[in-house]
Ligand binder design. Sequence first.
Ligand SMILES: *Cc1c(COP(=O)(O)O)cnc(C)c1O
Length: 425
Amino acid sequence: MSDTTFYGSDYAALQAFDPEIAGVLVSELERLRGGLQLIASENFSSPEVLTALGSTLSNKYAEGYPGRRYYGGCSEVDKAEELAIERCKALFGADHANVQPHSGASANQAVYGAFMQPGDTILAMSLPHGGHLTHGTKMSFSGKWFNAVHYGVDKDTEDIDYEEVERLAKEHRPKVILAGGSAIPRLIDFEFFRRVADEFGAIFWVDAAHFIGLVAGKAIPSPVPHADVVSFTTHKVLRGPRSGAIVCKEEHRAAIDRAVFPMMQGGPQMHTIAAKAVNFKECATPEYAAYAAQVIENSKVLATALGEHGIRPTTGGTDTHLSLHDLQGVLVTGADAEARCDAAGITLNKNAIPFDPQKPNIASGIRVGTPCVTTQGMGTDEMRTIAELIARAVTEGDADAQHPVSVEIREQVNDLVGRFPAYPR
Ligand SMILES: *Cc1c(COP(=O)(O)O)cnc(C)c1O
């Protein structure tokens, strides 16, 4: 496969017309090939997905749903959306799928729109304990327009405080109870949430943005049989285009469809919907199931190995694609760790840990994820090597890329990613 495969359908023409942007496409591919990508929410989608994204389906206005559009000429894009819907329903065993949300945040906005009026109460996980901005934080529409009550994690286990969930549900009688987040390393007890939602007459919503790929690969239990509605992104472990989707019970079909369009969005991105269809087909293969299982195995080994270097995994480990690590034992802040790793060719992010004494922009932790490195074909041996490289960068490294330790680690990183190239030439 030639490199131009990854630059869109006519790279030569772009290069001739706009060498500046053409250059960015090249240098970004070099950046991601040249380092270790450990951001838990990122992945490398396939050339097939990228091809659908770079297609003329981008041109088509198709407000509405297949067979019920507000524009003419939708016969061909209808086929793409119908395939995406059918494949999504089959993949997750869902009654209904809406594949139009532009992103995870847009999908979430639609779920609020479907079930809540301004001022209604939602019970969700707090951001500093692993939730998400759209789960009722004050900076987001969700916290400005809705009354958000937050549960967190238990101080000892560092996992979801289920007793607190039940207590707050009883006290506040939320319209919606939300499970899921961006920094939860452990499995979530969906049966428990279902029981609490039923007891207090709430809608049970799961935001599966992070882990839906593991569900698609049948590597962890699915929230779909338990939840009224499940929203997710398609670009994280799932490995599709940057976008979102919602699956729900049949009884909520009309509310969800109306909330996505026309309540929250205009014309759907038909090229992205086609790319989601390609991705859902990929996810139904045995290769993808093996990938999802390997993502978790790698994540467990990486979390344990970092722990052996004094970089403690919260909750004692992980069941998923990500782990959250407490740096207080090595006396380094999350911000310094992120900068030192970056200088050494390792991309990861600082992250608040539960009960973090530092401000969010400094933080006491890092979050690491294995979706990208597993897509590159790395296994558990490489995870042990990566843990050594991270530990060295964090404890002995420097934010200056010219520092001898940064240079030395970067050489080792180059050697490793050279053996497992992202987007092999
Ligand atoms: C990533 C994420 C989102 C937002 O997705 P975007 O596509 O960035 O809008 C929403 N919820 C959770 C839990 C996420 O992890």
